[in-house]
Every structure is written in structure tokens, then in C-alpha cells.
Write a protein that binds this ligand. Structure first.
Ligand code: GLN
Length: 576
């Protein structure tokens, strides 16, 4: 069977959730036994999002092979439970970069290099690379941006050409639009959809299926109208209502018959979708038995997309514990300075901005760059360490935990990372040796998958249940091996080490119920079907903390936070 290509475009407005629709359709097709991947075509001129501000673009999603990609690839992995790679994300910057490199090399033999055919050929070659790999029955291509944008035109044109090259019967065009509700008129409006479909049809990619985002149900009349004006059958008008969880979308799309229409039109021989496991997961997300509050401390907290994968990994970990995770967003900038002996101050409620920390059942300090809000991170970590609140530090969060420990436990006054203070007397976090001569910003960090060996008996070892693991990285700094002994002498356990380079990957505190910092990004590998063990354990510890707090308040139990924490994962808590 030739590979099938499903091209997904969006119109009317941005942020309609094209990525989630693609990921949901991908999940439905996989559930039918097909081999599926998704490729995102991004119209911006950056070669990759690696150099973009998180406020601008949200999280940078890193793949195993070290590609810095669009956050939609995170959704693809979480929904498909399949690994993505550099091949799954293409940007205009990358396309032009490659075409110009070829031109400089003389590859075009003196021809004038033009958008058509050179740029469009380059775009198609990226799509066909996945399709011709023989690894997939279906390649879903998500065209970023909104139809009508100047930047998106070469992509639409390339997809129009692709349909003829691989045969129309092997391709399908799906268009996602918005059907707004006009309260004053008391009705849903189809005109924006008609216009959007008209625009995309004029440039040669008329849709076979129209997915309509809407806040209200589409009745038969509306569906008929859209079908009639947009040249599709009524059954090809798919309603996409707001869902309480993104993980519900595959179920809603199945109910609307999206996958059914797709396989019929493409003539895909396949079984019915088995979504039992998925449905169980969604039930656990929607109707959990417990709730915990986790404080997420970072400097981009106004923009939740900057921490997308962390939020999703907490949902996965929560589902495994039958627990809803409420995130208390804490701006590290507002937590102030710790020099005044923060534990006493904040327990006394001196500082209002600490309130979410005092309420929290666990504290997570997020990844990041630069020194803005750094003291607030130290304050939150010190509070978690001294008060035995479950703590999870990720990348910069882990580095801050090492600095805080150095300063307040190991007696290394003024300890810091050379990222923030090059003159620190104790550079406990320092630039990695291979980073010292790096001058360019893009794609030059320690990126992608690296091995890590775990210390037996450690909390990390217990969580993973394995001796060796692989995790994804995105950083330039590391724990300074020259000061490691001094930290270990005072009780810091370096429980995960990269065997090739002897780099510290995980630190923890044995005399704390759960205090773990990781140099890598575990959130990037958490999926619905493979929730990340550290997130499962972290939420479990938060739940245990919450239950101890309640028991202590009602006078039933002792408030014992001295130990190393017994296993929380009782059958009852896991709810399996
Ligand atoms: N800024 C730190 C480094 O480069 C941490 C990076 C991160 O949190 N992703 O090492």
C-alpha cells in the first residue's frame, strides 16, 4: 500500500488547536493498527525555535536526536507514544538555509533559484523523506499558521503539488476552522468558514473534510449549510467542541466519525479503533479521587505554554495516582531575597507572595536561563528542603538546588553558577568544557538523549526501577566535578551519573522524604501510555504529604516528615 498523506491546514484564527486535532487523528489511526507519524511545517524564518523567547513561542520541545522543535511535537509524542525527530519539524528558515547552501555549492547549475520550484521542491522533499521511509502507512502533515498568511503560501503550494505527485487518491486535505457563536444574534456563523475554505480552495487545496471548532453544537442545518457552501458531504463536516481535557479530543473526534471518514476516503484497510486504555486514562484524568496542589516556580509563569510538557507530565503522573494536580503558578521574581533567613520569615507569613508555597503539597522549580528571579528559586528550594516538602528541580531548578545546598548546608558562602556570577568563590555549577569555545547560539547546547547510570537504593533508582536510563538534555552548564566531593561530604547524593563524561545528572537528599533534582528534562518523555516514573513518584509524594497534613490537622496522625518516605503507591492511591 502506498503511503498516504493527510494535509491539515487551519483558517479563520490562530490557536484553534490544529496540533491537538492532528495528534488525536494520529492516535485514532494508530488505534486502528496503522503506522502513523506527524510532521509540522512552521512558516517562520527562524531555523528552529531554539533561539526564541519562551514568551514568544512557548516551550522548546527537544527530541531524542537533539532537535529543538515546536511544542506541537510534544503533543504528537504524548498522543502517539511514538518518538519524533528532527525530520518531524520543518521551518521556512531551515528550507531557505538548505536551498541557499545548495545554491552556494553550485547545485542548481546556474539556474535562477525561485520559490517555485526550488523552495516548494525542498518542502516536498522533507515530507517525502518521511513518506518514503517505509516506516509509515500515514504521514499527517500539519501546516502551521493560518490560511491567508503570506508566509504559509509556499507550503500550501508545495502540498498542492504533492497531491498530484503522489496521486490524489493517496492524499487528503483537512481544514480546521472556527464557527463562532454570535450571542446578539443567538446563532452560529458559517461565513468565516466559507471564506477560509474559499481562500484555501483558490490556492488549490480544497478540503475533503472540514473540522469546525465551536463553543456550541452544530445542528443539522448548520452542517448542511457548511457542506453546501464548502463543497463537501454533510458527513465531512466534523464538529470540534471545547473539551475539558485535551486527552478527550480523540474520543470526541471518534464520536464525530473523523477517523471513519479518513479511512473511507483513503481506502485504508484497517480494524476498528481500540481505545479502551485511552478511555480509562481520560476517566482517571476527569474523575480523580484525590487532589494535590503543586507550586510551579519559574520566571515565565504568565505564559503557561512555556512549561507545556511539565504540565502534561504532571497530568500523566496524576492519573497514575488517581489524583488531580492543581498547579499554583509562582513567579520566582516575586519571591524576593533569601538572605534574611527565609524559613522563619515565610512560616510567619511575612511575605504574601510565599502563600502559594505554604499551601503547596509539593514544589517544582522549573528550567530556565539567566538570573532573573534566581533568588526566589533559592528561597523556594530552601523552604522545601528545610520543611521536608516534596521537591523536584528540573535543569536550572536542579542547578539552583545544588547552589542552595552549597550555600546553606555545605558552608560555601557565595556559591553560584558561573552563568549568573563569573566571579563566585564556589562555582558549583560551571560551563561544560565542550561549551567553552562555543560562540553561536543556535543548536549549540548539550542537546538530546544521553545515558545516565543510577545509584542503587537511591530515590531515582526506586522510581525508574532500572540501573540505566536515557533522558533528554538542553543546557550549557553542569555540576562542577571539582567541587563535587565537598558537596557529597555534606550529604548531597549524586544518584545519576553520565557514564561517558562523568557528569552529574541527578542529585537528591537522602534525609528528606523526596528531594530530587535532575539535569535533564524528564517531562519531554512522559506520554499517556508511558507516564514518566519521576513524575508519577513526585505526584505520589505530594499526595502523601497532603494526606499527612490532613491527618495532622485532624489530630489523627503524627506529622512525621523526618524519614525517607515509605512507598505511597498503595493500590488504593493508584486506583488500578
Ligand atoms: N541555564 C541552564 C544551563 O544552560 C539551565 C538550562 C535549562 O534549564 N534548560 O545549563
Amino acid at each position: 500500500m502506498p503511503t498516504k498523506y493527510i494535509i491539515v491546514t487551519g483558517g479563520v484564527a490562530s490557536s484553534l488547536g490544529k496540533g491537538i486535532i492532528c495528534a488525536s487523528l494520529g492516535r485514532l489511526l494508530i488505534a486502528r493498527g496503522l503506522r502513523v507519524t506527524i510532521q509540522k511545517l512552521d512558516p517562520y524564518i527562524n531555523v528552529d525555535p531554539g533561539t526564541m523567547n519562551p514568551y514568544e513561542h512557548g516551550e522548546v520541545y527537544v527530541t531524542d536526536d537533539g532537535a529543538e522543535t515546536d511544542l506541537d511535537l510534544g503533543h504528537y509524542e504524548r498522543f502517539l507514544d511514538e518518538r519524533m525527530s528532527q525530520k518531524n519539524n520543518v521551518t521556512t528558515g531551515r528550507i531557505y538555509f538548505d536551498v541557499i547552501t545548495k545554491e552556494r555549492r553550485g547545485d542548481y547549475l546556474g539556474k535562477t533559484v525561485q520559490v517555485i520550484p526550488h523552495i516548494t521542491d525542498e518542502i516536498k522533499s522533507h515530507v517525502l523523506k518521511l513518506g518514503n521511509s517505509e516506516d509509515y502507512d500515514v504521514v499527517l502533515v500539519e501546516v502551521g499558521g493560518t490560511v491567508g498568511d503570506i508566509e504559509g503560501l509556499p507550503y500550501i503550494e508545495a502540498m498542492r503539488q504533492l497531491r498530484y505527485e503522489v496521486g490524489r487518491q493517496n492524499t487528503l486535505s483537512i481544514h480546521l476552522t472556527l464557527v463562532p457563536y454570535l450571542a446578539a444574534a443567538g446563532e452560529l456563523k458559517t461565513k468565516p468558514t466559507q471564506h477560509s475554505v474559499k481562500t484555501i480552495s483558490e490556492i488549490g487545496l480544497s478540503p475533503d473534510i472540514i473540522v469546525c471548532r465551536s463553543e456550541h453544537k452544530l445542528d443539522t442545518g448548520i452542517r448542511r449549510k457548511i457542506a453546501q457552501f464548502c463543497n463537501v458531504e454533510v458527513a465531512d463536516v466534523i464538529e470540534s467542541l471545547d473539551a475539558s481535557s485535551i486527552y478527550e479530543v480523540p474520543l470526541l473526534m471518534q464520536r464525530e466519525g473523523l477517523d471513519e471518514r479518513v479511512i473511507e476516503k483513503l481506502g485504508l484497510p484497517c480494524k476498528n479503533a481500540d481505545l479502551k486504555r485511552w478511555t480509562e486514562f481520560v476517566d482517571r484524568v476527569k474523575y480523580p479521587k484525590h487532589t494535590v496542589r503543586i507550586a510551579l516556580v519559574g520566571k515565565y509563569v504568565e505564559h503557561h505554554d512555556a512549561y507545556k510538557s511539565i504540565c502534561e507530565a504532571l497530568i500523566h503522573g496524576g492519573a497514575m495516582n488517581n489524583t488531580r494536580v492543581e498547579i499554583a503558578w509562582v513567579h520566582s521574581d516575586k519571591l524576593g531575597d533569601i538572605s534574611a533567613g527565609v524559613s522563619e520569615d515565610i512560616s510567619a507569613g511575612d511575605n504574601d507572595s510565599f502563600a502559594p508555597l505554604l499551601d503547596a503539597d509539593a514544589i517544582l522549580v522549573a528550567p530556565g536561563f539567566g538570573d532573573r528571579g534566581i533568588n526566589g528559586k533559592f528561597a523556594a528550594i530552601r523552604y522545601a528542603r528545610e520543611n521536608k516538602v516534596p521537591f523536584f528541580g528540573i535543569c536550572l531548578g536542579m542547578q539552583c538546588a545544588v547552589i542552595e545546598f552549597a550555600r546553606h548546608v555545605a558552608g560555601m558562602e557565595g556559591a553560584h553558577s558561573t552563568e549568573m556570577d563569573v566571579n563566585t568563590p564556589y562555582p558549583v555549577i560551571d560551563l561544560m568544557s565542550e561549551q567553552k569555545d562555543v560562540e553561536k547560539m543556535g543548536g549549540t547546547m548539550r542537546l538530546g538523549k544521553y545515558r545516565c547510570r543510577l545509584a542503587e537504593g537511591s530515590k531515582a533508582f526506586e522510581a525508574y526501577g532500572a540501573q540505566e536510563i536515557e533522558e533528554r538534555h538542553r543546557h550549557r552548564y553542569e555540576v562542577n566535578n571539582e567541587l563535587r566531593d565537598q558537596l557529597e561530604e555534606h550529604g548531597l547524593l549524586c544518584s545519576g551519573i553520565n557514564p561517558e563524561k562523568n557528569l552529574v545528572e541527578i542529585v537528591e537528599l537522602p534525609n528528606h522524604p523526596w528531594f530530587v533534582g535532575v539535569q535533564f528534562h524528564p517531562e519531554l518523555k512522559s506520554t499517556v501510555y508511558t507516564p514518566h516514573p519521576l513524575f508519577v513518584k513526585f505526584v505520589g509524594e505530594a499526595l502523601k504529604y497532603a494526606q499527612q497534613k490532613v491527618a495532622a490537622k485532624s489530630g489523627e496522625g503524627s506529622w512525621d516528615r523526618s524519614g525517607d518516605g515509605s512507598d505511597l503507591h498503595s493500590e488504593e492511591n493508584i486506583g488500578r
